[in-house]
Structures are given as C-alpha cells and as structure tokens.
Design a binder for this molecule. Structure first.
Ligand SMILES: [Cu+2]
Length: 298
C-alpha cells in the first residue's frame, strides 16, 4: 500500500476541519469569538488572573486529549472486535493484567499532574501582598457589600485598623442599590474579607478569582488590576433569600480619580469603618419582614 492514501485522507480531514471552524466562527461577533477562544472565560483583568487562565486552558487540553484517546479506543474496539456472524461470538476476555495495571496507574498519574499544577497556581494567586498600594476591607453581609478603604486586618491585635494612619472611608450598597468598589489600575490591592452574619463569597469574574467571606475568619488576597473599566461583581455563595441581589460593580480607574472618589466619600461623611450589617438591613425596596427572613442578622 502506498503512503499516498492516508496522507490524502489526512489532508482532506484537515481542510474539512478548517472549513467548518471558519464557518462556525464567521457566524460570531469578535466578542463571542474571543469568548470561544477563552472557553467562556471573561478577559483576565488582573496581573494574577493569567495563572488561573493557564490552568483552565491546560486542564481543558489535557481532558480533551484524554477524551479523544478514550473515544478513539472505544470506537476502535467496537468496530475491530464486533460480532461478525450469527453463530460465532467474539472472544470474551475477562482479565488482561497489563491493561488493568495501565488503567489503574494512568488516572493516578493524571490526578498527580492536575494536583501539582493546581497547587502551583494556588500558591501564586493566594500570595498576599503585605505592603500593598491600597488596602480594602470588604464586608459581605445579608444582602449587599460594604467596601472600607484604607482599612486592613491587624493580626497582632486581631482587629481592623487604619493602614498607615490614612483616613478610613466606606461605601456600602443595599439590595436595591448596588455598591461600587473603586480600584487603581496597576496598583496592588490587598482585600481583607469580613462577614457579620453568614458565609458569602467575594467574586469578580474578570479577576478569574473568588474567595469565601466567612464570619469570624480572616481571609485575604491581593491582586493588581491591569485594565481600566467597569466590571461586575457578585456573591458566589448562596447566603439567604436575597443572595441574588448581592451584586456590585468594580471600577478600575487611575490614581487621581481614585483619590478624588475617596475624598468625596470623606466629604459626604462616610468616614470610619463600617463592619456591621445594620446599615444594609434598612433597605429601600424590602419590607421589615423581608429583612428578618434570613438568619443571624444583627
Ligand atoms: Cu452573599
């Protein structure tokens, strides 16, 4: 048999694949096309986000390679060893030691590889900047968020304190009115997460990252936003009746706009830390009955 035949087949398959991919992608806007390329991920918007992006893409690739191999083998044995006559049944093999050893070891190897890269990524994205440019204490409460600028957790005294004697200002939302978290482009920020009631989860999809906000526990992480603009944020932990209203915006701006915003918050009297949930429970749009529907409000 000449080599020409499989080569031609392969070329035809390649052309077919490219044609269908072009056809498929030409039907999409460039935005959807980008989303397909990122496998539905938002655009990475922090310095740390690409680590998660890489883990996501490589995991998909590894899963796809495994999938194609397994589907191929299934198809191969189904065709190659199919029943060919009414009277004769194919060989019924019960044990095959090499294959059994292989399919015990192969998944263990895969888990080890995934585990290694997960740990490696985790180490990078959970890195906490001890001397960040900005510090924000994020309070997740039923059912909105409060952002305290220049307020950080002090492990020594186990309390929240103003950072570098800067003025603490805060901005809180309600279930009817989503708050906005302001950040500075290319400046690192460390988030300290606090909850006065139940477990919430602080999630900005464009950061490709989220972290639980647990009462009585001190969670923190750092990011450096790399793109200006307005992004969406939400609570990613079912935390009560109005969990779905725990939306917020993230606005990444330059230093001057950020400073002006903090100044404006100070001028309107939103000074000092706001760590409780009482503010948010006086909520326009909710009756007092609604606000007592959850657990642990104080
Ligand atoms: Cu929540």
């Amino acid at each position: 048999m000449s080599l020409e035949h499989p080569l031609r087949l392969r070329r035809a398959a390649l052309v077919g694949l490219m044609a269908s991919a072009t056809l498929f992608l030409s039907g999409c806007s460039s935005e959807t096309e980008g989303q397909i390329r990122r496998l539905a991920e938002p655009v990475a918007s922090t310095k740390e986000a690409p680590f998660v992006h890489d883990l996501w893409m490589w995991s998909w690739l590894a899963a796809m390679v495994t999938g194609v191999l397994v589907w191929g083998l299934i198809a191969f044995v189904s065709i190659r060893y199919r029943r060919r006559s009414e009277t004769e049944i194919p060989i019924q093999t019960r044990y095959n030691l090499p294959i059994e050893i292989f399919y015990t070891i192969a998944p263990i190897m895969m888990v080890i590889v995934f585990f290694y890269f997960t740990l490696d990524t985790q180490k990078k994205v959970l890195h906490v900047d001890k001397n960040p440019d900005e510090t924000v204490t994020v309070v997740g409460q039923q059912w909105s968020w409060t952002f305290n600028y220049n307020l950080g957790y002090d492990a020594g005294s186990q309390s929240y304190k103003a950072v570098d004697n800067k003025q603490v200002v805060h901005e809180g939302g309600t279930t009817a009115d989503r708050p906005t978290l302001w950040l500075v482009k290319d400046k690192s920020v460390t988030f300290d997460l606090a909850s006065p009631d139940v477990i919430h989860s602080f999630w900005v999809p464009a950061f490709l990252f989220k972290m639980d906000v647990i009462p009585g526990r001190h969670n923190q992480f750092s990011v450096t936003p790399t793109r200006t603009g307005t992004f969406e944020g939400r609570c990613a932990e079912l935390c009560g009746v109005y969990h779905s209203r725990m939306l917020f915006n993230v606005k990444v701006v330059d230093q001057a706009a950020y400073d002006a915003h903090l100044q404006a918050l100070a001028e309107q009297g939103s000074t000092g830390p706001a760590l409780g949930s009482s503010e948010v429970n006086k909520t326009p749009g909710l009756t007092s009955e609604d606000t007592t529907g959850g657990e642990g409000t104080s």
